[in-house]
Structure formats: C-alpha cells, structure tokens
Ligand binder design. Sequence first.
Ligand SMILES: NC(=O)c1ccc[n+]([C@@H]2O[C@H](COP(=O)([O-])OP(=O)(O)OC[C@H]3O[C@@H](n4cnc5c(N)ncnc54)[C@H](OP(=O)(O)O)[C@@H]3O)[C@@H](O)[C@H]2O)c1
Length: 260
Amino acid sequence: MDYKNKVILITGASSGIGRATALALAKFQNKIILTARRENLLQEVSKEITKLGSDCITFVGDGRDESHAEFVIQEIVKKYGKIDIALLNIGIGPPSNTLTSSAKTILECMNINYSSLINFYVPLMRQMKKQKEVCMISHMNSLATYFGIPMQGDYTASKGAARLFLETARMELEHFGFKHIRIQTIHPGFVDTDAVKNDGIPAPNQISEDEAASLVLKGIKKEWKENRFPFGTALATRIGRIVPLWLRTKILLSETPKNF
Ligand SMILES: NC(=O)c1ccc[n+]([C@@H]2O[C@H](COP(=O)([O-])OP(=O)(O)OC[C@H]3O[C@@H](n4cnc5c(N)ncnc54)[C@H](OP(=O)(O)O)[C@@H]3O)[C@@H](O)[C@H]2O)c1
C-alpha cells in the first residue's frame, strides 16, 4: 500500500530498524507516531522526522504494559481518527543458552517480543475493523522464526509464536470478510543495529539499518504477506526449512561458538 500522507504508528522506534524506518517514512509527509521507553532518543528521532517534512508525536512507555498500548491507540484515534499502518517492531534478542538461562530471562524475551505485539494488536484490530480503507498491521519478525537456532532459543520461540498468531489472524480476517485489513510479517536476516553489535552471534550476510528500512518500505508498498530479506539469507532459510533435521543441526552447530 501507499505510504504517503498516512497515519503511521511505529513501536520500538527509538533505535535500530524502527528508527531507520521512521526516518525513511518521514520523507513522505506522514503523521508518524513513535513509541519506546528511552524518551531522549525518541525526542531526537522526532526532531529529525519534523525536519524531513512529516508530523511526529511520541509516547514513552513499555510495550509489556497493556494499558500503555491501549492509551497510545486511543490517543492516535482521538487526534487523527484512524491508523493506516502500524509497524509493531518492539523486540529484543540477546544471546541465550537453553541449558543455563533462568526462567525469568527466557520469559522476559517472550514477554517483550510476544506480549508487546499482542498488547498493541488487540486495540489496533478493534480500531481497524471500524475503518473502511485499506490499512495494515506489519510485525517485525525475523528469519529466525522458522526453526530452533543455537544461542537464540528464547528468541526463536517468541518470534515463532508471533508468526503463528498473525498467520491465523490473516486467515480469520478473510473468513469474517474484513478485506481491507492487511497483516504482514517482516523477516529480516542480520541487521547491523546497536542491539546486536558484538553480541557474539554469527551474523553472515549482515545488512545496514538503512538497507533494512528501504526493504521494509518496499514490502509495505507491495503488500507482501511475508517480507523476507536479504535474498541470500532468505534463500538459505528456505533451504534450511526443507533439509533433514540432522543436516540443519550440523550446519547451525558448525557456525556456533564453543563457549557462550
Ligand atoms: N538486528 C537484527 O539483526 C534483527 C534481525 C531480525 C529481526 N530483528 C527485529 O527487529 C526489531 C528491532 O530490533 P533492532 O535490532 O532494531 O534493535 P533495537 O535497536 O534495540 O530496537 C528495539 C526497539 O524496541 C524497543 N523496545 C525494546 N523493549 C521494549 C519494551 N519493553 N517496551 C517498549 N519498547 C521496547 C527499543 O526501545 P527502548 O529500549 O527505548 O524501549 C527499541 O526502540 C526487533 O523486533 C528484532 O527482533 C532484528
């Protein structure tokens, strides 16, 4: 769908892919609404967006807090009457170890990656069902969503849950006749953001934040249900899904550091 003169929510926009995508969208006279916890960074992004010719408002809050998400959606609708595109981008993915991580650590990843998606999804869906024009919920998933990956057990589980939930939502929208709502999942490979710099996880074929942002915009324009990039990593993942489990395990372990 077109992304000019739209009302666009981006969650987790204080840094990384969310920030880069917000700045890319700022060149198209949009009304951009940003959320995250780090207020100072949000303010900086907001100023840059205004300079680039779009309006921007920010909401500081934690995506794990259902009332924060409800509040953000209500305020946007009060101000603009609608939401055209929601890019739900909040996520973390620090290296982890399924043999030693605490329950708290494992569940925190699920909470930030999955609960924050659902907290925004529910009021968004309630709102978008009332709208008549084409609108989109786009979720920042990952190519790590399709199978287990050493050092990323809690992360792959949270992204897998999100993928299955939204795949179902897409089917149910069709079943119940809400043809104007698009559900998109975005599956980047490795993107060079501060969050993953020096995290020790092998990152072949890594792309920059700006490259990721332009591929995100391309996917929105084309309304792809699943936007997988970059090509090489997306292809390797596709092959990885069909090879036997023993072979996939061997390949993934060959890339895994001995100590983590
Ligand atoms: N980098 C990669 O290689 C890669 C690859 C595939 C997918 N992804 C996905 O892309 C998304 C962005 O990641 P990134 O690499 O750009 O990392 P990032 O720079 O750390 O961005 C994460 C964003 O989420 C926000 N956030 C985190 N926890 C939050 C919480 N509890 N409540 C509200 N906001 C929260 C952060 O803001 P505050 O800390 O200010 O709250 C930040 O704006 C994630 O969903 C990630 O899984 C990244």
